[in-house]
Design a protein. Structure first.
Length: 407
């Protein structure tokens, strides 16, 4: 019986340790800018809580005191306001907005940069008008930069006329700032919807980050695609007025897209592949949401557009329309400060070294973010799991349909 009692105490002990660890890290990451003060507060909360658990009896009184302390930290943390006036990286410097009048939608600040390299580019922000009555449906891009269980997902809406519209849910980073998987659980990054030309957000991954990209046509009616797009655009307008925090646990790519799917009245049963979204195509295949006329392995091979994207002629602004996709890597935006210039030089040296040694795409991705050595913790830093959140139903063409990236 004693061992059983001890076993029953393990889950609460783990939860308590996690709560205290979170409180300490919240004070460290989101607390005072003065690092000594932030460190003192973080250590004080953790040590104080442990002292209460050791010294105070009965145990329920100690747990009550620890709970009050933890709730005080949580209350402070929840009141930290997001901001829209930071010195943003150039690729996320502007927020998109949408004017919706019946079937006609005009979207402002659609990103369509002219890239010469990952850090050398010409900015181009456009206003584009779309007719929702001409919406054909939506496609899904899955981009792999290393671990096959985790992918970056992008939704793209295709119209009978005009360029496809791609939207990617990401973090909004300041100049010189890098994404940290651990910091993503705290108040470190504002939420950002990248509204862009499809060629911008896709070719940046294939041609400049060394990622492998798959394109799946989703089976869904145009009406369903429209409801989902309208939900996105309404949230984009809200974010333009009131910024929100990104959070890797509670308000990330997966949960945000799930929110939009629910608004579009899509039933979406939970599945472990909602979180291991590198297997999302498998989930969609089982649900009949992508083409099932061929085996999944054959469908994956047919949907791999990496070589096509890398071979396409880059679009320059002297071109009227250009080839099937434009040069589109995401810029780091670190040229402005001495710290940024140092990081850019370090990034370039690391990228060159990894390329010469034929490092896997994952390490090249890390190098593009200034990491000279492998990170200890890896979580998805970008959109996660649009796939499982929406049950599309239109004709499957995968990589063989018309339009940019659809040669």
């Amino acid at each position: 019986m004693r061992w059983l009692r001890g076993a029953l105490l393990v889950p609460p002990a783990i939860a308590l340790a996690g709560a205290l660890g979170w409180a300490g890290l919240a004070l460290w990451f989101d607390g005072p800018a003065a690092r000594p003060l932030a460190g003192a507060l973080a250590a004080g909360v953790v040590v104080g809580a442990l002292a209460l658990l050791i010294l105070v009896r009965p145990m329920r009184r100690a747990l009550g005191a620890v709970l009050v302390l933890w709730l005080a930290v949580l209350g402070w943390w929840l009141r930290i306001p997001p901001r829209a006036d930071r010195d943003w990286q150039p690729d996320v410097a502007r927020v998109a907005t949408a004017d919706m009048h019946g079937d006609v939608v005009t979207i402002h600040n659609v990103r369509d940069f002219d890239y010469r390299s990952e850090t050398d580019f010409t900015e181009r922000w456009e206003d584009r008008t779309y007719d929702l009555s001409r919406l054909r449906g939506a496609d899904l891009f899955l981009s792999f930069w290393g671990p096959t269980l985790i992918a970056h997902t992008i939704l793209s809406w295709e119209f009978d006329e005009g360029k496809p519209l791609a939207i990617s849910i990401e973090t909004r980073k300041e100049r010189g700032e890098e994404y940290s998987a651990l910091r993503g659980f705290f108040r470190q990054y504002e939420l950002y919807y990248v509204v862009a030309d499809e060629r911008d957000v896709v070719r940046l991954r294939t041609n400049y980050r060394g990622e492998r990209v798959f394109l799946y046509r989703l089976r869904g009616s145009p009406e369903l695609a429209r409801r989902l797009l309208v939900s996105y655009l309404e949230q984009i307008n809200r974010l333009a007025q009131t910024p929100r925090w990104y959070n890797a646990l509670t308000h990330n790519c997966t949960t945000t897209i799930r929110f939009h799917a629910q608004q579009a009245a899509v039933r979406n049963p939970l599945d472990w592949r909602l979180f291991a979204n590198g297997r999302a195509d498998e989930l969609l295949y089982e649900r009949g949401d992508i083409d099932r006329s061929v085996p999944l392995a054959a469908l994956r091979a047919r949907s791999d557009i990496t070589a096509k994207a890398r071979a396409a002629r880059p679009v320059r602004r002297s071109d009227s329309r250009g080839d099937s996709i434009a040069a589109g890597p995401q810029a780091l935006g670190v040229k402005g400060s001495s710290r940024g210039r140092r990081r850019a030089r370090r990034t370039e040296r690391t990228r060159t070294a990894t390329s010469r040694t034929h490092a896997p795409a994952f390490w090249r991705e890390m190098a593009s973010r200034g990491c000279a050595r492998p990170p200890i913790l890896l979580l998805s830093s970008r959109c996660a799991v649009a796939v499982m959140l929406w049950t599309p139903s239109r004709r499957i063409g995968d990589a063989d349909h018309a339009g940019p990236l659809r040669g």
